[in-house]
Design a protein around this ligand. Structure first.
Ligand SMILES: Cc1cc2nc3c(=O)[nH]c(=O)nc-3n(C[C@H](O)[C@H](O)[C@H](O)COP(=O)(O)OP(=O)(O)OC[C@H]3O[C@@H](n4cnc5c(N)ncnc54)[C@H](O)[C@@H]3O)c2cc1C
Ligand SMILES: *[C@@H]1O[C@H](CO)[C@@H](O)[C@H](O)[C@H]1NC(C)=O
Ligand SMILES: *[C@@H]1O[C@H](CO)[C@@H](O)[C@H](O)[C@H]1NC(C)=O
Ligand SMILES: *[C@@H]1O[C@H](CO)[C@@H](O)[C@H](O)[C@H]1NC(C)=O
Ligand SMILES: *[C@@H]1O[C@H](CO)[C@@H](O)[C@H](O)[C@H]1NC(C)=O
Length: 698
């Protein structure tokens, strides 16, 4: 039931002056090309126009389209993008309106791979859904739009995992300072509307954001009135409001910036930001409905490294694959599922897995698909008689159909550390000591590590130690976010950011059109259930604190029957689902630690195959993954266009640098970012949030 009072309030905050300064704001078609009219999209073609391209990008998702744009910037380098999904043009209205992501979601449609995990033995034997976007723009076209940056500690821990004595020039790209510069380069940030700021009391630091990148970030233009409860309730619970969650320290409560273009309150994503804004470009061709079925390799290996000659691709399993050649490189950008799958069906991966699937082994690379890590989310739900986003949407009022209302997406969030979760330093330190003990327990390790391969085992331990020694003591272990898209319900979700469980992706078929076998091994490490248990106990207390106390009725889920620690652990094992952030399946690690790519993103054992997408992070981070992936793809484009001169990539002698030439970066962004300033703030942060979709099932 919507009270008329609340409707009046809602309409009041939408009064004209609030939006005026944004409507008046001139929209610049950024990307350093000056201002162009809307693109004719001449680069989207029904078939390849050339037999060979300098770069073939396999996957037109978030990272793939950033690369396509940047690598073709000079107007002469030829670039082909092959995207398995459709363009999305037929569903543009749904994609564009942020709020519709919850109400007319493309999840479950032909634009979603709708993967399933295998039964998870430590999570109630459940088979879980793993949505992934199958569409130009990738998962960024179907997701929840949170743009959250990680904590600096996490990125610097990544750097430390890959840095060796002889790869400094590349490894230094993967420090917080360098990634921060790249994330800012890709972004144009606009501050909140007056009404959004007044309703929520949100804080931000514009200096931590970018000013002239292709991707737009801002806050929803309209905030549902009950968002006002978020910051004061969390402050009352001991979670301080963050004034700057984007500069390296994302601990505390805040409102996430969202990937939204405030000129017309539409979703800003890789396609609309990096491709649709381009001027006509003859050297860039984008094919939709073109799945890469395998990488083809030339006969002449160089220095023992295979040379990719190109790829084969087809619309579906019934079509005979066509081939196209790569003059310089094949770049895999299929995401955390697609990229390792492409490597495996091409014969690059663990020999035992390839043998079992009758795939001829080209490179025995045990790390492919290993180190899989994900964020697990669950929550508590209460009834409410207040207006939620869901109530207002369901009303069917004119307001519920307005662009302003449909700019709202869940964005109130927070990241909390172990001291908070475990009620003080002493009990938290005991918890960390327990974590460290696992590494000395061979029996435990045997059940935790999904392979006996020496290099993968070494990598598991190295990643584990990064968590226990660097990340867990300092970064956010859990995200706590406010989800109000259901009618009559308020949900507060908790999502594990520091998983000690690592799983594995394999294949049991040589066809790219058969789904890979996904085994995240959720909760195989019991600490993961303990951490979520602690978070939920805290969240239940929120409902006893003002002002949230005045908004919520009875606890609907899980309800009063869940009380003891054992009850909570059982609840999380039975109910947690993915926060949609799987990664690490082509981890950037040394080869002898189960790595797949080196610091230059090159696949070990090849001269000219890179992986550039969310599969290459070696660690989970306390962030939704878009922001770090946009930054990583920007940085990768710089490394390809202007290879660092000192230091070499670890996997190849000479490799790509000879092929990519000295193409000066026309965006002026290439300056950047390899330089690392000495001291950075103790905490640096990236933050992002989760779509509410999955949790409507709560
Ligand atoms: C429901 C949902 C909600 C999410 N919410 C958020 C959020 O709010 N904030 C956030 O930061 N992150 C969110 N994420 C995660 C984020 O969207 C992804 O981490 C990010 O898009 C991954 O980028 P990527 O480039 O690695 O892969 P993707 O963006 O998934 O792109 C991969 C592309 O490669 C294509 N591809 C795969 N295999 C092949 C092949 N063989 N041949 C050709 N093409 C291929 C795919 O079709 C796809 O288009 C969400 C994800 C989902 C699914
Ligand atoms: C953990 O968070 C609390 C606030 O909840 C803060 O006071 C404390 O300093 C943080 N600890 C560390 C190690 O950052
Ligand atoms: C929103 O504005 C951008 C930039 O001007 C434009 O590319 C896009 O088509 C617009 N979307 C809608 C739905 O008006
Ligand atoms: C491959 O694994 C999936 C589970 O992910 C299973 O459903 C399928 O039957 C398996 N196929 C073969 C050929 O073993
Ligand atoms: C790149 O810039 C340098 C110095 O500004 C210049 O000498 C060189 O010719 C440029 N290279 C190309 C390919 O434009």
């Amino acid at each position: 039931m919507i009270s008329s009072e609340l409707i009046a309030l809602t309409l009041a905050v939408l009064s004209a002056p609030v939006f005026a300064h944004h409507q008046a704001r001139e929209f610049h078609n950024v990307h350093n090309h000056g201002i162009y009219p809307l693109s004719p999209r001449n680069y989207i073609t029904p078939e390849t126009k050339l037999d060979s391209y300098d770069y073939i990008i396999a996957g037109g998702g978030l990272a793939g389209l950033v690369l396509a744009s940047r690598l073709s910037d000079d107007g002469t380098t030829t670039v082909l993008v092959l995207e398995a999904g459709d363009t999305g043009d037929a569903e543009k209205a749904k994609i564009d309106r942020p709020g519709l992501t919850y109400f007319t979601s493309l999840l479950g449609s032909s634009y979603d791979y709708a993967y399933k995990t295998i039964a998870q033995s430590s999570a109630g034997d459940r088979i879980m859904n793993w949505p992934r976007g199958k569409i130009l723009g990738g998962s960024a076209a179907v997701n929840g739009m949170y743009m959250v940056r990680p904590n600096s500690v996490e990125i610097d821990a990544w750097h430390d995992l890959i840095a060796t004595s002889d790869n400094k020039a590349y490894a230094d790209a993967w420090t917080w300072d360098s990634l921060l510069a790249a994330m800012k380069k890709g972004e144009t940030f606009t501050g909140p509307t007056d009404s959004a700021e007044e309703t929520t009391g949100l804080k931000f630091n514009a200096a931590s954001h970018g000013t002239s990148g292709p991707l737009h970030t801002t806050f929803p233009g309209y905030m549902v009135p009950i968002t006002s409860a978020w910051l004061p309730t969390l402050a009352a619970a001991g979670i301080p409001t963050s004034e700057d969650a984007y500069g390296g320290n994302n601990l505390g409560a805040f409102f996430s910036t969202m990937a939204i273009n405030p000129t017309n309150w539409t979703r800003s994503y890789a396609k609309s930001a990096y491709i649709d804004t381009l001027p006509p470009r003859d050297n860039l061709h984008v094919l939709a409905n073109a799945a890469v079925t395998k990488i083809t390799f030339a006969d002449n290996a160089q220095d023992g490294n295979l040379v990719a000659s190109g790829v084969e691709f087809a619309k579906d399993a019934s079509e005979t694959p066509k081939s196209v050649s790569a003059k310089k490189e094949v770049i895999l950008a299929g995401g955390a599922v697609g990229s390792p799958q492409m490597l495996l069906v091409s014969g690059v991966g663990p020999k035992d897995v390839l043998d079992a699937a009758s795939i001829p082994v080209k490179i025995n690379l045990p790390g492919v698909g290993a180190h899989l890590q994900d964020h697990l989310a669950t929550g508590i739900q209460w009834s409410t008689t207040e207006d939620t986003q869901g109530t207002i949407f369901a009303s069917g009022s004119d307001f519920s159909k307005s662009d302003e209302f449909l700019s709202y997406v869940n964005c109130a969030t927070s990241y909390v550390n172990g001291t908070y979760l475990f009620d003080g330093t002493e009990s938290f330190n005991n918890f960390v000591t327990g974590l460290k003990d696992t590494l000395n327990d061979d029996n435990a390790l045997q059940s935790l590590i999904p392979t006996t391969d020496d290099t993968t085992v070494a990598g598991y331990k190295a990643i584990y130690q990064s968590y226990t020694d660097k990340i867990v003591p300092e970064a956010g272990m859990v995200e706590i976010l406010y989800s109000i898209n259901s009618a009559g319900r308020i949900t507060i979700q908790t999502a594990l950011q520091t998983p000690m469980s690592q799983g594995r992706l394999t294949v049991n078929s040589s066809s790219i059109f058969d789904a890979p076998v996904l085994d995240p091994k959720y909760f195989s490490h019991p600490a993961d259930a303990v951490v979520l248990r602690q978070a939920l106990k805290k969240v239940r207390q929120f409902a006893t604190l003002s002002p949230l106390k005045e908004l919520v009725g009875e606890e609907l889920v899980p309800g009063p029957s869940v009380q003891s620690d054992a009850d909570w652990e059982s609840y999380v094992r039975q109910n947690a689902n993915t926060e949609f952030h799987p990664g690490c399946t082509c981890a950037m690690m040394p080869k002898d630690k189960g790595g797949v790519v080196d610091a230059s993103l090159k696949v070990y054992g090849t001269t000219n195959v890179r992986v550039i997408d969310g599969s290459v992070f070696p660690l989970s981070m306390s962030a939704h993954l878009m922001a770090p992936i946009y930054g990583m793809a920007e940085k990768a484009a710089e490394l390809i266009l202007s290879p660092p001169t000192s230091g070499t990539s670890t996997s190849t002698a000479g490799g790509a640098s000879g092929t990519s030439g000295s193409n000066n970066n026309s965006d002026g962004g290439g300056n950047a970012a390899v330089a690392v300033s000495g001291a950075h703030a103790k905490w640096l942060a990236l933050v992002s949030v989760v779509a509410g979709v999955v949790f409507t099932s709560l």
